[in-house]
Design a protein around this ligand. Structure first.
Ligand code: NAD
Length: 254
């Protein structure tokens, strides 16, 4: 059985992924700000460095897979926290365990969002891709729109994944993304309870084509497939698991 590492395994989608990996008999090392094997605040550079250091010593023989799932929703302030956790923590920890993944021909699944193509400030996205954390954070804090920072963080992360998938594949490591829609998790509960965003989100939730919100296990099912050998020809792909929302909003874009 394999060795997997992930972030954000304490609750929601991450907890479902962790459970499915354990159910298949794998060893899973979880990094999170709470209730984890490695407790680290991934919004900070020190937290990310500590997390990578711990993963490197706990999985020195290599990793079969890595899932940077920790994330903050579009109701969090300051907006820069979203950028730090959703983009910079994901990218820096993937790079930090890259050689462990190469050792075992592992694969990575990043957690995007169906909100990634819905519009975000292009300068903040570009600053992320240039790995300029100070600039990216300054832009999103000046805008003061957490929803924009959220979409931007996921757009940048997905572009990073696609831009790097060729080079990683040359080292035997597949990068892919899942783009969930609205899923019943603590993150979504917070957004629904938010004064500014709650009603908009509830109205949007009423339009999911399949008629209901997603469950964390439904996202984990897709992640498990992408991690597995059954997906060995899948590389640089983005799978939308969103009850049809992306197809409804962008029918001709694919
Ligand atoms: P969640 O709040 O249940 O889980 C997020 C996890 O990240 C938690 O375990 C939390 O403790 C951890 N985390 C947050 N900040 C951290 C930090 N600074 N350091 C370390 N860990 C931290 O939310 P979820 O909905 O399960 O979200 C999981 C992923 O799925 C996120 O990347 C999110 O953006 C993405 N996503 C969620 C939805 C949705 O509708 N729920 C939709 C699209 C994408």
């Amino acid at each position: 059985m394999g060795t997997y590492a992930m972030t954000g395994g304490a609750t929601g989608i991450g907890a479902a992924i962790q459970q499915q990996l354990v159910d298949e008999g794998h060893r899973v090392i979880v990094v999170d700000i709470k209730d984890a094997d490695v407790v680290a605040d991934l919004s900070t550079r020190q937290g990310r460095e500590y997390a990578v250091e711990e993963l490197r010593s706990r999985a020195a023989d290599g990793l079969d897979g890595y899932i940077p799932c920790a994330g903050l929703g579009p109701s969090v302030t300051p907006a820069s926290l979203i950028t730090q956790v959703n983009y910079f923590a994901a990218v820096e920890t993937i790079e930090g365990v890259k050689d462990l993944l190469i050792k075992k021909g592992g694969s990575v699944v990043v957690i995007s969002s169906n909100s990634a193509p819905m519009g975000a400030d292009p300068d903040s996205v570009e600053a992320c891709l240039q790995h300029d954390e100070v600039k990216a954070c300054a832009i999103v804090d000046q805008l003061g729109e957490p929803q924009n920072a959220y979409g931007g963080s996921k757009l940048a992360l997905t572009r990073w994944m696609r831009r790097n998938s060729t080079a990683y594949a040359a080292s035997g490591v597949r990068l892919n993304a899942v783009a969930p829609g609205i899923v019943r998790t603590p993150l979504t509960d917070k957004v629904m309870a938010d004064k500014a965003l709650g009603q908009v989100m509830k109205d949007f939730a009423d339009t999911v084509p399949v008629g209901s919100l997603g469950e964390p296990e439904q996202i984990a099912d897709a992640v498990m497939f992408m991690l597995s050998d059954k997906a060995s020809f899948m590389c640089g792909s983005v799978i939308f698991v969103d009850g049809g929302h992306d197809a409804m909003l962008r029918p001709d874009d694919f």
